[in-house]
Each structure stands twice: as structure tokens, then as C-alpha cells.
Ligand binder design. Structure first.
Ligand code: UD1
Length: 373
């Protein structure tokens, strides 16, 4: 019998872990093995649209533990998670801890586990933006340095890890579990009524052309000047193509704090609350393009064949550029306008980098059950 603890904390974690839990259950049943799976939610994200709505739509089990750490500075949030998660580990004594992605919950729980000599598996290991000002980059490097199983989504990740001295025997190229989730739900997502609710369908049942925008990176939204410049540029673009913008709580708070609402009001924006998973995928599938500073959206846009203009100077997901629909445009207005026009005048099709085939979680489950006794 084996016991596995899975950790989630923030919105982008939920879709990465859901297929892993499901695949381990299926693999264990096939092998007549008893595997106890425990789900821990650190509570890094906690409002319904950032958390519980995702659980419902993804069919995730209710967490066995919710550590309810909430928001805070990096040290405070990471510290609170570590203190609370250590107690869970001491009580449950698992054989393995699975962490995903690059948020504060990822490193906090990996560090707790390793200090107690519990093996750690990192799903989405090895991605590097080579920008150490990003909190996520620090989380990635540190988590990978101490993990025992490094499950990678694209081939660049192995090179990054080996370059940092990671033993190649720990690295497993399995594909992308977030894409497993996307492929499972994309047809259901397309039938959601969100486009109607937002009046984006006309009397002839045609979808009005629109772009989608998501912004939440501290480098774009935490400084008044950067946010102002970006919103000014987006407001200009929205005169050519209406822009639907589900607004992240960090961004909303900063637009208010820096008194920038007039810029939003000057453009043709449809400002909406953060959406649940299915509604967001519906909006993304039907968009003419997306402008975003998210990590995962670059990958989802690639698979859905939607041009993605990434409002960052770098990406830790280079395959979305070399094989996908992604273009790095930074936050320079002239570059954004140029790429925007180019994207609207080009044809894009759905792309599937290697192992982005819906079976990544199954590969992870098979590897873990072979190694765990
Ligand atoms: C976190 C992750 C980031 C990920 C992003 C996805 C880290 C370092 N950052 O950033 O990698 O891309 O999640 O959203 O782990 N808030 C709410 N409701 C919530 C959660 C937060 O209103 O459920 C508000 C709080 O005021 C908080 C702010 O949003 O201060 C930012 O949340 P936080 O978790 O600190 O960072 P994110 O920007 O969401």
C-alpha cells in the first residue's frame, strides 16, 4: 500500500493535478494495488472564482485538508504554508508528495517534504525563463533542485535541468497534464452560454469578433507606469477589436490604487470577473487572439490554435513559440501593435507539441506506481 499527498494552492495548479489523481486511481486499479491519495489545498487562492469553482468544474475531489493560508507577502505566505503543511506530513506520513507548477505553495510544500526525507515529484519541472526577478523562477529552480521525480512538459526542460546539474535519471519527459485537462474539457467548454451572456452572439448566431486579455504579472501590474502604458496601448487596440478582460484580483486592486480606471473606460473593453475553467476556455477558443502575461495560457492557446501575444520579455515555455501560436511582445506599445496586426492577418491552426496528447498523467502514474512499493 502506498500513500501519496498531492498539493494545490493557486488557480493554475488545479487543472494540472486533476488528471494525475484520476490516472493514479486508474493505474492502481489495473495493477490491483491500493494507493491512498490525499489532496491538500494550501488556500493560497481562496475566492470562489479562483478556487472552488475550478474544483467543481474539473471534478476534483474536495481537499482532505485546507490549510487556509490566504494572501500575504512571499515570506509570510510561504512560511504559513510550511508551518501548516509540516503538521499534515507528520500526521499522514506519506510515501510521496506531488507538487505542480511554480507557485509559492509548490516550493513551500516540496521543502517541507524533503526536510522530512519524503520523496517529492514535481509536475511541470525544468521550465526556465532565466529571469530571476520572477518569483515563479525562484520557485521553479528551488523545487527542481530538491525533487526526486522531475516530470517535464517539453524537451527544453531536460536541457535546463541537466545544465543545473540535475541527475538525468530523475528526469521523465511525460508531456503536459494541463493539456490533458484541456483536451478532456474543450468540447464541453465550447457549449457554455458565456458568449451569449456577454452579448457576443448576434441575431444570426454569429460570434462577434473579439480579443481576450489577461494581465496579472507583478512586472506588468504592480508598477503604476507599466500598467498605465499597457492599458493605454490596449485601449487603443480595443478600438479595432473589442477586448474581453477577465480581471485578476491583483490587477483590479492596482487599477484602483493607481487611479487608472479612466483608461479602461476610454477603450472598448468588456471587463468581467475572473472566470471558471470552462467559461475561460470557451472565451479563449472563440477569441481572434489573446494578449496575456500568463504562463499556462501560452500552452492552451497553442493547442486551441489561437494566436497568443505574450506581454512579457521572456517565456519559460519556448515550445509555444517554436511549435505553437505564441509570440513574445514584451510591454513595448509599438511591438504590441505590430504583432497584433500581424496576428489578425495570419492563419493559425491547432498545434500539438510532442506528448501534448492527453496521456501525460497516465505516463506519470505508470512511472510512479512502478517506483513506489
Ligand atoms: C499567484 C502565483 C502566480 C500565478 C497566479 C495565478 C506565486 C508567487 N504567484 O499569483 O505564479 O500565475 O497566482 O493567479 O505563487 N486574491 C484574491 N483571491 C484569491 C487569491 C488572491 O482576491 O483567491 C488577491 C489578494 O488580494 C492577493 C492578490 O490577489 O494579495 C494576489 O494573489 P497572490 O496569490 O499573492 O498572487 P497572484 O498574483 O495570484
Amino acid at each position: 500500500m502506498s500513500k501519496i499527498i498531492h498539493v494545490v494552492g493557486a488557480r493554475p495548479n488545479f487543472m494540472k493535478i486533476a488528471p494525475v489523481i484520476e490516472a493514479i486511481n486508474a493505474s492502481a486499479a489495473r495493477r490491483n494495488r491500493t494507493v491512498t491519495q490525499i489532496l491538500v489545498h494550501t488556500g493560497q487562492h481562496y475566492t470562489p472564482e479562483m478556487s472552488s469553482l475550478m474544483f467543481e468544474q474539473l471534478g476534483l475531489p474536495t481537499p482532505d485538508y485546507n490549510l487556509e493560508v490566504g494572501s500575504g507577502g512571499h515570506g509570510q505566505q510561504t512560511g504559513r504554508i510550511m508551518e501548516a503543511f509540516e503538521q499534515v506530513l507528520l500526521k499522514e506520513q506519506p510515501d510521496l508528495v506531488v507538487v505542480v507548477g511554480d507557485v509559492n505553495s509548490t516550493i513551500a510544500c516540496a521543502l517541507d517534504a524533503k526536510k522530512l526525507n519524503i520523496p517529492v515529484a514535481h509536475v511541470e519541472a525544468g521550465l526556465r525563463s532565466y529571469d530571476r526577478e520572477m518569483p515563479e523562477e525562484i520557485n521553479r529552480i528551488l523545487t527542481d533542485a530538491i525533487s526526486d521525480y522531475l516530470f517535464t512538459t517539453e524537451e527544453s526542460a531536460r536541457l535546463n535541468l541537466v545544465g543545473e546539474g540535475v541527475d538525468g535519471g530523475k528526469i521523465f519527459f511525460v508531456g503536459n497534464t494541463m493539456i490533458d485537462t484541456l483536451l478532456k474539457h474543450k468540447d464541453a467548454a465550447k457549449t457554455r452560454p458565456i458568449l451569449n451572456q456577454l452579448n457576443l452572439i448576434d441575431g444570426n448566431h454569429n460570434t462577434q469578433a473579439y480579443g481576450l486579455v489577461t494581465l496579472h504579472r507583478p512586472s506588468n501590474v504592480d508598477k503604476s507606469e507599466s500598467l498605465k502604458e499597457l492599458l493605454t496601448c490596449l485601449a487603443e487596440l480595443s478600438k479595432d477589436l473589442p477586448l474581453v478582460m477577465p480581471i485578476h484580483p491583483r490587477t483590479k486592486a492596482n487599477i484602483e490604487k493607481f487611479n487608472l480606471m479612466h483608461l479602461v473606460e476610454s477603450g472598448n473593453f468588456l471587463l468581467i470577473e475572473p472566470q471558471g475553467y470552462l467559461d475561460f476556455i470557451c472565451l479563449l477558443s472563440n477569441a481572434k487572439l489573446i494578449l496575456s502575461d500568463s504562463g499556462g495560457i501560452q500552452e492552451e492557446a497553442t493547442v486551441l490554435g489561437v494566436p497568443c501575444l505574450t506581454l512579457r520579455e521572456n517565456t519559460e515555455r519556448p515550445i509555444t513559440i517554436s511549435e505553437g501560436t505564441n509570440t513574445l511582445v514584451g510591454n513595448n506599445p509599438a511591438a504590441i501593435v505590430k504583432a497584433f496586426n500581424a496576428a489578425l492577418n495570419s492563419d493559425f491552426s491547432e498545434k500539438r507539441p510532442k506528448y501534448w496528447d492527453g496521456s501525460a498523467a497516465q505516463r506519470i502514474a505508470d512511472i510512479l506506481l512502478t517506483h513506489l512499493h
